[in-house]
Ligand binder design. Structure first.
Ligand SMILES: NC(=O)c1ccc[n+]([C@@H]2O[C@H](COP(=O)([O-])OP(=O)(O)OC[C@H]3O[C@@H](n4cnc5c(N)ncnc54)[C@H](OP(=O)(O)O)[C@@H]3O)[C@@H](O)[C@H]2O)c1
Length: 234
């Protein structure tokens, strides 16, 4: 009997960092399902569309996934909203939108897929952010709160789902610029990072794979940030 390929589901797998994670797993032999909302993943990956910001969205995605697969070895929760807002511009709608997609959806999706994760003895990797999950960032109070909440979810579920399912987090620093950043702003920010440069989506992908393949690691958050969580470069 040929060995079955391990199955991974990556949310936000159609674009940018999520796409890099999905492609990296596929290159390393995983059968990858890439969830997307508006950006279709490459044809080499199986795509499933879904809005994860609404309360029933995660269960809907899990239903579609279960029609094709009876096990899940790795769930990567990558989809997120990233809004920079001063406090004066942070209202209830913005706060709730960040929490709904960035913290609630990963929890509900893990819950909806739990039988398949348990069957496979699988693991979950939540994509956090060094901003919020490890250090505060100015003008990102709602986004930061959502990533801090997702780190708390990561640790609580690591306890609750042990010993069958492991749950970890990866906390990137800047690995892909928001399009709105000017060249000068990019240079300025890079100078403050201890390793004096930003990373690449592949740095995050490699760490996701490391966590998926580390059977004695659960409840961990790994910063992939060039040392930014330690403070501003001296
Ligand atoms: N870029 C960085 O340097 C960086 C740094 C630290 C942390 N991160 C984290 O890494 C992850 C990916 O970052 P990124 O920069 O690649 O993100 P991004 O460009 O902001 O993409 C966001 C992702 O979320 C999905 N999404 C948005 N609204 C959705 C909805 N309503 N329902 C379902 N999915 C939705 C998008 O799907 P569609 O495009 O298909 O709509 C997209 O895949 C995020 O968790 C982010 O917080 C990124």
């Amino acid at each position: 009997m040929p060995a079955r390929r391990r199955v991974a589901l990556v949310t936000g797998g159609g674009t940018r960092v999520g796409r890099a994670i999905a492609l990296d797993l596929a290159r390393h032999g995983w059968q990858v399902v890439a969830h997307f909302h508006s950006h279709r993943p490459p044809r080499t990956l199986l795509g499933i569309r879904g809005d994860l910001s609404i309360p029933g969205g995660p269960a809907g995605l899990a239903r579609t996934f279960r029609k094709r697969f009876d096990r899940l070895d790795l769930l990567v929760n990558g989809a997120a909203l990233f809004e920079r807002r001063a406090l004066e511009d942070t209202d209830a709608a913005l706060f709730d939108a960040q929490m709904a997609l960035n913290a609630r959806a990963p929890l509900l999706l893990t819950r909806a897929l739990l039988p398949l994760l348990r069957r496979a003895g699988g693991s979950v990797v939540n994509v956090l952010d060094v901003g919020g999950a490890m250090v505060p960032w100015r003008s990102y109070s709602a986004y930061g709160a959502s990533k801090a909440a997702l780190r708390a979810v990561t640790e609580a579920l690591a306890l609750e789902l042990a010993p069958t399912v492991r749950v970890n987090g990866v906390a990137p620093g800047t690995v892909l610029w928001p399009e709105s950043y000017t060249a000068a702003a990019r240079r300025r920010l890079a100078r403050t990072i201890p390793l004096r440069r930003v990373g690449a989506p592949e740095d995050v992908a490699r760490t996701v794979r490391f966590l998926a393949d580390s059977p004695f690691v659960t409840g961990a958050t790994v910063p992939v940030d060039g040392g930014r969580h330690l403070g501003v470069a001296g």
